[in-house]
Design a protein around this ligand. Structure first.
Ligand code: FMN
Length: 211
């Protein structure tokens, strides 16, 4: 099996982190660099990451995360945010692709209009998109962490209003998930069983008994 496929098969959500091993700022930047390789609608890249590493900040984050201990134990917990107004940055984003010769400027102008029409009056879609794209970035970050010999843990167990309050996050940004990353300590659960593929995969018009 290729190394990439092995990484996919070996990732687990870690609860136990080695509290003695930190990550450098450069290591954290590198992980986020891989996260930003994820795809996003129109390449809007609505993800933002707050790396919580300082003990006092970790304690504040833990308090609004149902006291989940891993927030304090992991080298870093990322607050993964989604920009609810990300489409507004599309002219700048697409100008880069035009400058790089990847798309033509008429195409870019058309997409800007399409995105304005699609997202402008549709709060639900903006929220869905922020969650979709930020979640893909979080998955890329988890795989990058795994490749670097680290472990990770995605978390929805937090109070979004509390996280926003504690870290001065404006209403423009949606806390999508927390993501702990660090070195493993002993005692993590092994990989958990999954549904068989037959149970989750349908082809074309065949409808298995999902209801
Ligand atoms: C969106 C999301 C939110 C999660 N929230 C938490 C959480 O708050 N606390 C926790 O201990 N695990 C959390 N998990 C981890 C899941 O329990 C874990 O992914 C699942 O049991 C499968 O185990 P595995 O990731 O080790 O394969 C979360 C996972 C996801 C994808």
């Amino acid at each position: 099996m290729s190394e990439t496929l092995q990484l996919i098969k070996s990732r687990i959500s870690a609860n136990r982190f080695d509290t003695a091993r930190e990550l450098t700022v450069d290591e954290i930047r590198e992980l986020v660099g891989y996260a930003t390789e994820a795809p996003s609608a129109y390449n809007i890249q609505p993800w933002r990451f707050i790396a919580v590493t300082a003990p006092a900040a970790k304690a504040r984050l833990k308090a609004v995360s149902y006291n989940q201990q891993k927030v304090e134990d992991a080298a870093v917990t990322f607050i993964v945010l989604g920009d609810l107004q990300g489409y507004e940055r599309l002219p700048e984003i697409l100008a880069r692709s035009v400058a790089a010769g990847i798309i033509e400027s008429q195409v870019a102008d058309g997409w800007v209009e399409m995105a304005r029409a699609g997202y402008g009056g549709n709060e639900q879609l903006r929220r869905d998109e922020a969650i979709r794209s930020a979640s893909l970035a979080a998955m890329s970050l988890m795989m990058a962490a795994q490749a670097k010999g680290l472990v990770s843990g995605p978390m929805v167990g937090f109070d979004p209003a509390g996280v926003k309050r504690e870290f001065g996050i404006s209403d423009r940004f949606l806390p999508v998930m927390l993501l702990t990353v660090g070195y493993a300590a002993p005692g993590n659960w092994p990989r958990k069983p999954r549904f068989e593929v037959e149970r989750v995969l349908a082809f074309n018009d065949d409808r298995p008994d999902w209801e």
